[in-house]
Design a protein around this ligand. Structure first.
Ligand code: SF4
Ligand code: SF4
Length: 93
């Protein structure tokens, strides 16, 4: 699923939490699990995450395109990503 590394470093760089498409309801729903993921040592073994969508699959909650700020993200630049809306479509669109 792409080559973006599933790491704590990349999770902390991910801008999705600040994005208008990431609705308040989805953030609330995702928060406990996302926090558990951050506590875990090995992010690479995590199956799904509601964040860092360019490294994981699409979101199970976000379903409305209200703008994508991936282009402003360090992970985007470092990995020379080309797509947007990784939360809506796995591997972006
Ligand atoms: S490119 Fe987008 S999905 Fe990937 S880490 Fe950055 S903000 Fe998150
Ligand atoms: S992938 Fe893009 S549209 Fe989706 S939450 Fe992240 S920044 Fe927003």
């Amino acid at each position: 699923m792409g080559n973006v590394e599933r790491s704590k470093e990349n999770i902390s760089k991910c801008m999705c939490m600040k994005c208008p498409s990431y609705s308040f309801a989805c953030k609330m729903k995702a928060m406990p699990k996302n926090m558990m993921t951050m506590v875990k040592g090995d992010i690479d073994k995590v199956e799904h995450m509601e964040g860092l969508f360019c490294a994981f699959e699409k979101s199970k909650c976000i379903d409305e395109e209200k703008g994508c700020i991936c282009g402003d993200c360090e992970v985007y630049k470092e990995n020379e990503l080309k797509n947007m809306y990784y939360c809506i479509e796995t591997n972006g669109k």
